[in-house]
Design a protein around this ligand. Structure first.
Ligand code: ADP
Ligand code: MG
Length: 303
């Protein structure tokens, strides 16, 4: 039985269709990712699921509670890390958590114990009396996550949890999320970072223009859409048309972004032998989720 479900869910902002008919079934205990570029509709989808933005049409449920009819009950169940930092600048670090705990009617003593435990978990305990303005961007992100965990939610929804973090802090957050998953939480997260998606997510939906273009286990998606090897190459401008024709004739899939040819190689085709000097191979590498996205949409995941 799915713990989060959507049926043909749509969100329109005037003429813009931000989410265009999405069906999702997220299983208890899994980490499910929404991977897609800016504007794909990830935040809008998450806002509808968490009862923050009204649904234009379709249905969504969380633990079988209907999002449209039971928004308060759903909000009490889930921990949400929003994309935009919305900490209260008038309160200290600790007070931000304590005030937030009141929304969940957590008794004061219990709230304080939980708040301090969460600050310790995210290595913020030493800054508990600091003002929000005194925190670095990385600390604010960690505090947002610590705050989302104040009611010990079984379901955690994170909108680009590590955007803008330095690599060390990002890895720290990844570790914490993995250990929370080990404790049985269900996680729904959005990201533009394919490494994050590959590291954290059991399953992924790749989103583009408000729709899901592929859904599956990250490694299986790479096998299915990524081919054996990716070759990044540059071509002489005079040779480009000839190269395109030759690739097409041989049934080799490729895509061009800027000046670079991304050739999806499925067998041992030797490009050097085919093109010689005309094609200057820069890199040969294993495919990634970025290549899956490129193949499915013709676009780069991050611009
Ligand atoms: N409040 C809003 N009013 C109008 N358009 C919006 C609003 N929020 C999002 N959009 C539009 O909806 C689309 C999806 O946005 P968003 O859900 O934020 O995508 P993502 O989180 O994947 O970057 C974009 O075209 C965006 O400009
Ligand atoms: Mg977003």
């Amino acid at each position: 039985m799915a713990i989060i479900e959507t049926f043909n869910i749509v969100k329109k902002y005037g003429d813009i269709t931000a989410v265009d008919g999405v069906d999702l079934q997220i299983e208890p205990g899994e980490c499910f990712g929404l991977l897609g570029p800016n504007g794909a509709g990830k935040t809008t989808l998450i806002k509808m699921i968490t009862a923050v933005a009204p649904i234009t049409s379709g249905q969504a449920s969380v633990t079988e509670l209907n999002v449209i009819h039971e928004p308060r009950a759903i909000k009490a169940l889930i921990g949400v890390v929003p994309q935009e930092e919305n900490l209260d600048p008038d309160f200290s670090v600790l007070k931000n958590l304590l005030v937030f705990a009141r929304y969940f009617n957590i008794p004061a003593k219990e709230a304080k114990r939980q708040a301090i435990a969460n600050l310790e978990l995210f290595e913020l305990a030493h800054r508990q009396d600091a003002k929000i303005s005194e925190l670095s961007g990385g600390m604010k992100r960690r505090l947002l996550i610590a705050r989302a965990l104040i009611n010990q939610p079984r379901i955690i929804v994170l909108d680009e949890p590590t955007v803008g973090l330095d690599p060390q802090t990002r890895h720290m957050v990844w570790q914490k999320l993995q250990s929370l998953k080990g404790q049985g939480t269900t996680q729904l997260l959005t990201t533009q970072n394919m490494e994050e998606a590959a590291v954290l997510c059991d399953r992924l939906a790749i989103m583009n223009d408000g729709r899901i273009v592929a859904l599956g286990v990250p490694t299986e998606m790479i096998t299915e859409y990524g081919s054996k090897q990716i070759i990044e190459a540059r071509a002489d401008s005079t040779a480009k048309d000839q190269i395109r024709e030759e690739l097409k004739r041989r049934g080799i899939y490729w895509h061009e972004l800027g000046e670079t040819f991304y050739v999806f190689q499925s067998d041992s085709t030797d490009l050097d032998n085919i093109f010689g000097e005309k094609l200057n191979v820069l890199v040969q590498r294993k495919p990634t989720l970025e290549d899956v996205f490129l193949r499915l949409t013709g676009r780069a995941l991050t611009e």
